[in-house]
Design a protein around this ligand. Structure first.
Ligand code: SF4
Length: 283
């Protein structure tokens, strides 16, 4: 069995920086992360082992520590301010590319558009994006676009971890739904997501099966799996090497491996090592 790693895979700079800041903060004393720092169980276990506590961004003031951390997914400006005004020392690990999406949305709203975010309703990043702009509509699929009422101007941004192809399709869907409206789209999909999605397109052309390594609740990991499925390639998504089962690879000669932006390199290498073991065993 030949194993090929994607040209781009795994942890992005935004998550790496957030993790580094959090580890340094934990070394200095008690600290609480407001939400999931990243949607990756392995990373969360490591942070718990360092004594990092968990709280909720929405529950302002409900923290057992005086120092709190805003995650790489970002927050609404109002929430950031509320924690500071409540007397907490806030370390903000919001990714610069999430901040860019916030700025893009703010500029569109200032132009008087009906704001639309293409993304996963309820995801921390999307909640943050919508938090300061009540009335923003979130769409994840064509059926959500069909439910949007007419507005003379729509201003559209995307959750940073959505596949660009899907985002562009939904923008076209909105134009077709309301031909009389102006639709202004700002591409806020982050470059690491684009790189991983493009690399996945390369993998599905050449591989019989793709293993996607990442957290069950990680949006970008889920999107990588979806891209492989849409291309008609078998896909297995795992959080750890131990979840791999030898029988999945019976008769498979070419397997590709990729990983979401919150996956540790050591997890990817453990997956590759286990696959090599299966290959040596003749699967
Ligand atoms: S996935 Fe993109 S937006 Fe999210 S932390 Fe990584 S670089 Fe930043």
């Amino acid at each position: 069995m030949k194993i090929t790693l994607a040209n781009h895979y795994g942890m992005c700079f935004g998550v790496r920086d957030a993790l580094g800041l959090t580890e340094r903060a934990a070394a200095e004393g008690a600290v609480t992360v407001l939400g999931d720092l990243v949607h990756n169980g392995v990373v969360q276990e490591q942070l718990a082992a360092l004594g990092v506590q968990r709280g909720k961004l929405e529950e302002v003031g409900q923290s057992g520590t005086e120092r709190v951390i805003i995650t790489a997914h970002g927050a609404a400006e109002g929430q950031r301010r509320a924690w500071r005004e409540a007397g907490f020392a806030v370390t903000d690990t919001t990714c610069p590319l999430v901040r860019k999406a916030h700025r893009a949305l703010a500029q569109l709203v200032a132009q008087g558009v009906q704001a639309v975010v293409i993304g996963q309703a309820g995801h921390a990043e999307v909640r943050g994006l919508c938090g300061d702009f009540p009335g923003t509509r979130v769409v994840e699929g064509a059926e959500d676009v069909a439910a949007l009422e007419f507005a003379p101007r729509f201003g559209v941004v995307a959750q940073t971890t959505q596949p660009l192809g899907k985002v562009l399709e939904l923008v076209e869907c909105l134009r077709a739904r309301h031909p009389g409206a102006e639709v202004v789209f700002k591409d806020t999909v982050c470059q690491p997501t684009k790189d991983r999605q493009e690399a996945m397109a390369g993998l599905v052309r050449e591989q019989q099966l793709v293993v996607v390594v990442g957290g069950r609740y990680s949006n970008n990991t889920r999107q990588l799996s979806e891209t492989a499925r849409r291309a008609g390639v078998a896909v297995r998504q795992v959080e750890t090497a131990e979840e791999l089962q030898a029988e999945w690879f019976a008769g498979i000669e070419r397997v590709g491996v990729t990983a979401g932006t919150s996956t540790l390199e050591e997890t990817v290498q453990a997956v590759v090592a286990r696959l090599e073991g299966f290959g040596a065993a003749g699967f």
